[in-house]
Design a protein around this ligand. Structure first.
Ligand code: FEO
Length: 385
């Protein structure tokens, strides 16, 4: 596949994967992208997951035709991209490796060798000329590993963005970009908003006409749409108006409360209500929703003097991703000593700029007139401007 006259796509689609990075469901598979630049010298950018090594090498050879690669540029050492470095170096014994010093340290850890006689170590701002394609390497630490570099090709105005601007999903499946890019971003990069902001600032002066990420489609049109979303996500800003209700329920009584709240919110004209049963939904989707909407209601059973396990998991997922800048409502259920509101507040302690609404709802076993009225009051407050 031709990206520009001199740049070829040599990535692969993975429809066999059960969980990406050992935890994320990928219903529509995953793409591991790799690129070849053809010039006086030739360069390959990144490899692919271990299971696709042979297919990738065949594609690299086909793109190069009779030529040999001069460089393998390693932007990121996570194994979904780095697994075939050793195979590449064996297949092309004259090729050199271009990477950050930290990447070479990781290579030694992963492969037992850092290819010391074939290294080109680059740091932020360094350049490499392939002929008319002059590549500039920019350090992108913690987007989302410390060794990451991204690469700008001034000739074709292409930013090779490593994991940034990536998404879940193979490239032979048509789907909305934002939905699976957001779930990918929040899950994998979400904690590192400051570092993503640093990278966006670093590339803001570049004339970029194409973004070539390591996952998901090559982006060629309307780039400000994608960049604006990255600004929203990395500053933990509200992307969509609405309320996300996250609940756990053992016998259905807390669920009834969550559904009643959703009904009340809709009656009051709330623009969007999203409801997630944390025991049954995709946790990554629920975490994504919490970061997408500006208002979040947590409803859970008291359990072993704490909160129900799926709520505990959800809250720790939010906290470790620097959850902030949101309005929060709390609902607890318990048959003798409800303590979940206190436990949830404690778990969110340290999250910046959370505003808890005044009304908290206490349910003793099942909804009654009093707790239903409290839900109405909570709906009013969480909805208010
Ligand atoms: Fe796609 Fe961070 O590896």
């Amino acid at each position: 596949m031709e990206i520009t006259y001199d740049i070829r796509y040599v990535g692969v689609n993975d429809h066999e994967l059960d969980l990406f990075e050992g935890q994320y469901e990928v219903e529509h598979g995953m793409a591991y992208n790799s690129y070849v630049i053809l010039d006086e010298k030739t360069a390959v950018l990144d490899s692919v997951d271990a299971r696709f090594g042979d297919a990738w090498l065949e594609q690299v050879k086909a793109a190069l035709q009779t030529r040999q690669p001069d460089y393998l540029i390693v932007q990121h050492m996570e194994p979904d991209h780095s697994a075939n470095i050793a195979a590449f170096m064996e297949a092309f014994p004259q090729a050199k490796l271009v990477a950050s010093a930290k990447s070479f340290t990781m290579m030694k850890q992963f492969f037992g060798t850092d290819f010391s006689d074939r290294q080109v170590v680059v740091k932020d701002g360094d350049t490499l000329s392939l002929g008319k394609h002059e590549l500039t390497f920019l350090a992108a630490p913690m987007v989302h590993w410390p060794e990451v570099i991204v690469t700008y090709d001034a000739c074709d105005k292409v930013l090779f963005s490593a994991d940034a601007f990536g998404k879940f999903g193979a490239l032979d499946v048509e789907e909305d970009w934002a939905c699976e890019a957001r779930r990918y971003y929040v899950g994998i990069v979400g904690k590192f908003g400051v570092q993503v902001q640093n990278l966006l600032k670093k590339v803001s002066d570049l004339d970029i006409q194409t973004i070539c990420p390591l996952h998901g489609p090559v982006l060629k049109e309307n780039l400000s749409y994608y960049i604006d979303l990255y600004h929203t996500w990395s500053t933990y800003s509200v992307e969509s108006e609405g309320v996300m209700i996250a609940y756990t329920s053992v016998y259905g009584n807390t669920k009834k409360a969550a559904l009643l709240l959703a009904e009340k919110l809709e009656e009051k004209g709330c623009p969007k209500v999203v409801i997630n049963d944390l025991a049954r939904c995709d946790m990554a989707e629920a975490v994504e929703d919490a970061f997408r909407y500006g208002r979040l209601v947590l409803a859970t059973t008291t359990y072993n003097g704490d909160v129900f396990p799926f709520m505990r998991e959800f809250l720790s997922e939010l906290k470790e991703r620097n959850f902030q800048n949101r309005r929060i409502g709390l609902i607890e259920n318990g048959s003798w000593a409800p303590t979940a509101v206190k436990a949830m507040r404690n778990m969110l302690e340290g999250c910046k700029n959370l505003t808890f609404v005044d009304t908290t709802v206490k349910i003793m076993s099942a909804l009654n007139e009093e707790s239903a009225a409290a839900i109405d009051a909570l709906a009013e407050e969480i909805c208010a401007d």
